[in-house]
Design a binder for this molecule. Structure first.
Ligand SMILES: Cc1cc2nc3c(=O)[nH]c(=O)nc-3n(C[C@H](O)[C@H](O)[C@H](O)COP(=O)(O)OP(=O)(O)OC[C@H]3O[C@@H](n4cnc5c(N)ncnc54)[C@H](O)[C@@H]3O)c2cc1C
Length: 523
């Protein structure tokens, strides 16, 4: 279920595993990929739901592991002229020289390109698996409403369609974004709860209409949140700001987010607190998750003061895994459920390429920053009055009224999600929330229930000896996990097929009739 990066990398690995298995299934494994969006293999960030100008958050060198990067850059080289002709004009102008010279590694590239590349990979792998008689993969555009246990594994329901399957991969991305609390109509035209629903371009079109209808002096937008999506929105809306003379305020706890700047030449990281932990680890001492968090927080605080935080974060992110062997089982669990997500939040990196554009917008007064946390808003005439809280929790209404208020305030906790499918799975007791409430509890085989596999952001908050996940959003992380999940699924598929042929019960306890279908549903 779901056809984003998580499902696609699992599917690619699964097809490779089935092809390499010593015991080939006597008949092709049947795999159905279901997504509510008609665009397969791109998901939300790498397809039409993100804007044409949306870029990777890190340079290509940081975005992908080496082997995948080599394949992707070979594809970029082959497709360069077509891609540059269709790219955002500003991006093409800034980076044509590097692209033509094949210097991709230092670039923040349009995310849609990765979606296009993945689609090409998946299409080729599906055709190959079909012609080798290994697997038949079908695509279905439908919203999955519920999943029930059935004799043969699971019954997956999408409207009137019922799909019987031996196994399910739940790869539906992050829980929905948190809705902005409001007094009055939460569906008012100028209120945007989720930038990417149904897509960034549609959100911008709605905003253009809303601002265009306001008097020129009232064309003000507030974006609540200072995360990567907020920065993406600021940049994507620059055409509207210019055209309509509108102004945009970014509301974030510390005012301008510390990471909305580029690394300065000569910026060097100093990480004394992490160096001290490294020394203790080298002496054979065990560490705690809280100590790791505190060291990261201390080094980050000092580097912000010294103006070296971009370099510091770039050095800290790859250093974190080196501490994991020094954590006991209890501390690994504390990292997965509590401190890991806090570390990830501290070490946020946003697209550096966007900063030059942001700077120009700030200089000419089109974008400004407001320190505080969003509390609520209420419609006043055709505008909104916004209430914020300061660092001590004191609330006040902002003096300015906004024609539009846009949310970028992160994801819902799983246990109180309003997403219908997750809600149904939780309420039916088929799955339960993980320790951090950012994902679902899974075993070491990636199963939230026997035969129900999970991949992607919903893995967050799990700690096992061979599986430690506090955050599973980056493509790198997903690519490191997907082959492991695929192995578990392939084992089950081959067992199901073997049992099917022998007329034995399937491993999940369901009786698979001889000659019956043997499906894996991969979303
Ligand atoms: C704006 C943005 C930018 C990002 N940029 C980067 C980056 O530069 N680098 C990086 O490493 N990571 C980045 N990430 C993080 C990461 O790559 C994504 O979170 C990742 O794409 C997750 O992939 P996914 O397949 O799990 O989820 P998604 O991409 O969300 O795909 C899930 C799919 O499931 C479908 N679906 C959901 N529910 C149902 C249902 N009930 N029935 C049918 N279909 C359903 C959805 O339509 C969707 O297509 C970014 C994330 C976002 C949101």
């Amino acid at each position: 279920m779901g056809a984003g990066v998580s499902a696609t990398h699992t599917l690619l690995a699964l097809l490779r595993d089935l092809a390499a298995a010593p015991a080939r299934p006597a008949r092709p494994v049947r795999i159905l990929v279901v997504d509510r969006d008609p665009q397969f293999f791109s998901g939300v960030p790498y397809g039409h739901r993100s804007g044409r100008a949306s870029l990777t958050l890190s340079t290509l060198a940081g975005f992908l592991p080496d082997d995948e990067r080599a394949r992707f850059t070979a594809w970029l080289d082959a497709e360069r002229d077509r891609l540059l002709a269709a790219a955002d004009a500003g991006w093409a102008e800034r980076h044509r020289g590097d692209a033509e010279a094949g210097r991709w590694d230092g670039l923040f590239v349009p995310r849609r390109w990765y979606g296009e590349y993945l689609t090409a990979q998946a299409t080729a792998a599906i055709a190959e698996a079909r012609s080798a008689g290994i697997a038949e993969v079908a695509l279905l555009t439908a919203e999955i409403d519920s999943i029930e246990r059935s004799d043969r594994g699971f019954a997956v329901n999408a409207g009137d369609t019922r799909i019987e399957t031996a196994a399910v991969l739940l790869a539906t991305g992050s829980p929905p974004t948190r809705r902005l609390p409001t007094d009055g109509s939460g569906t008012a035209a100028g209120l945007v709860h989720d930038l990417y629903d149904p897509g960034l371009d549609e959100t911008l079109a709605r905003l253009r209409e809303q601002l265009g209808a306001a008097a020129p002096e009232d064309r003000r937008v507030l974006i609540a949140g200072g995360n990567a999506s907020a920065l993406e929105f600021v940049l994507a809306s620059r055409g509207i700001l210019d055209e309509l003379g509108a102004r945009l305020t970014v509301l974030s706890p510390g005012g301008r987010p510390r990471n909305w700047r580029r690394k300065t030449p000569g910026e060097v990281a100093e990480l004394p607190a992490l160096a001290a932990l490294t020394a203790r680890a080298a002496d054979g001492e065990n560490l705690t998750a809280a100590e790791l968090f505190e060291a990261v927080a201390a080094d980050l605080r000092d580097s912000v003061r010294a103006g070296t935080d971009v370099a510091a974060v770039q050095a800290m992110v790859p250093a974190i895994p080196s501490f994991l062997p020094r954590l006991s089982d209890r501390e690994r669990s504390a990292l997965a459920t509590r401190h890991g997500m806090a570390i990830t939040t501290l070490l946020r990196q946003d697209c550096g390429d966007a900063v030059a554009v942001l700077e120009a917008l700030v200089e000419r007064g089109a974008v400004d920053f407001q320190a505080g946390r969003y509390v609520g808003c209420r419609p006043v005439g055709r505008a909104f009055e916004v209430t914020i809280a300061d660092g001590r929790g004191e609330q006040r209404a902002l003096p300015v009224r906004y024609a539009a208020v846009v949310g970028a305030v992160g994801f819902e906790g799983v246990s109180h999600t309003g997403a219908p499918l997750l809600r149904q799975l939780l309420d039916a007791g088929i799955v339960e929330a993980s320790g951090s409430d950012a994902g679902l509890r899974v075993d070491e085989q990636f199963q939230a229930a026997p035969g129900l596999y999970v991949m992607g952001p919903l893995l967050a908050g799990n700690a096992h000896p061979r599986l430690l996940v506090w955050h599973a959003e980056s493509v790198r992380r997903i690519m490191s996990l997907a082959p492991e999940a695929a192995k578990s699924i392939a084992r089950e598929m081959i067992l199901v097929v073997e049992n099917d042929l022998a007329g034995a019960p399937s491993p999940d306890g369901g009786a698979v009739a001889l000659g019956g279908a043997h499906d894996a549903t991969v979303r």
